[in-house]
Design a protein around this ligand. Structure first.
Ligand SMILES: [Zn+2]
Length: 231
C-alpha cells in the first residue's frame, strides 16, 4: 500500500537520490512511497516498478501530466498533456514461454538488477547481449529469429505499463508517440519540490526563528499560510 512520505522524508529521498544512478534513484523513491525493502523493489519487473512509480506520482502531484515533446520528424516542440493511470496487478504478467521447433524458450520482464548489469556492460550491443542472457532462457543457443520472437513477446508484457503520449505535430502534421519515463519525471518534480521546500524553510526560519524540523513538520497548507504572512 502506498503512502505519501512526510516533507522531511522527501527531502531525505532528494538528498540520497542526487548521488545515485537513475536505476537506484527510482528504488529510493519507491522505498519512500511503499515502505518495501529495497531488494524486493529491485527484483520487481520494470513494468511493476513503473506502475508503482505512476501511483507514487499521482499520490504526490496528481494524475495530470503536462510537458513538451519534440516532434520525431521536424524537431518542433509540441505541448502535450495526459491523465496518468497505473495498470492493475491483474493486467501485468512477469514472464512466459514459447515453443520453437520443439524447444521451450522462457522469458521474463527485466528487473532493476538486470538494468544495473546492462548499465555496466559497456556499449549498447554488449548491453543487449547481457539482457538476453539474463532474461531469455533456453536449453541450447538460440538463432536470431527465435531470440527476436522472445524479445517481442517480452516487450508485449511491458505494454500495459508503457506510457505513450500519442499526438500529432501541428507544424508538419506527422503523428508521433513519445514514451514517458515516469521515473525521471517524478525525480525532476521531487527536485523542484525539495528546492521550494528549502526556500520555505529559509523564509520561515528567518521570520519566526523556528527550527527546520518544526517547519518541515507543518502540513503543506499551513506552511503556505505562514509563508503568505512571512514576506
Ligand atoms: Zn513535426
Amino acid at each position: 500500500m502506498l503512502a505519501m512520505p512526510s516533507a522531511a522524508a522527501l527531502l531525505e529521498v532528494w538528498e540520497t537520490g542526487e548521488r545515485e544512478h537513475a536505476i537506484d534513484r527510482a528504488l529510493t523513491l519507491l522505498q519512500a512511497f511503499t515502505g518495501e525493502p529495497r531488494a524486493a523493489l529491485a527484483a520487481l519487473g520494470l513494468h511493476r516498478r513503473d506502475a508503482l512509480l505512476v501511483q507514487s506520482r499521482i499520490l504526490a502531484f496528481g494524475p495530470r501530466l503536462a510537458g513538451v515533446a519534440v516532434c520525431s520528424s521536424c524537431a518542433c516542440e509540441v505541448e502535450v498533456e495526459l491523465q496518468l493511470s497505473a495498470p492493475g496487478d491483474d493486467e501485468l504478467r512477469d514472464g512466459g514461454s514459447l515453443e520453437v521447433r520443439g524447444q521451450t524458450v522462457a522469458y521474463r520482464v527485466p528487473n532493476s538488477y538486470d538494468l544495473a548489469a546492462v548499465a555496466t556492460a559497456g556499449d549498447t550491443t554488449a548491453g543487449a547481449a547481457v539482457l538476453r542472457s539474463r532474461c531469455i532462457e533456453a536449453g541450447e543457443p538460440l538463432d536470431e529469429e527465435t531470440l527476436a520472437k522472445a524479445e517481442q513477446a517480452l516487450e508485449t508484457l511491458c505494454v500495459p505499463a508503457t506510457i505513450e503520449v500519442a499526438t500529432t505535430c501541428p507544424a508538419c502534421d506527422v503523428p508521433f508517440a513519445p514514451v514517458v519515463d515516469i521515473g525521471s519525471i517524478l525525480w525532476r518534480e521531487l527536485n523542484a519540490y525539495a528546492r521550494r521546500l528549502l526556500d520555505d524553510v529559509d523564509a520561515l526560519a528567518t521570520k519566526y526563528g523556528w527550527s527546520e524540523r518544526a517547519i518541515l513538520a507543518l502540513p503543506d497548507a499551513r506552511r503556505q499560510r505562514y509563508l503568505e504572512g512571512a514576506w
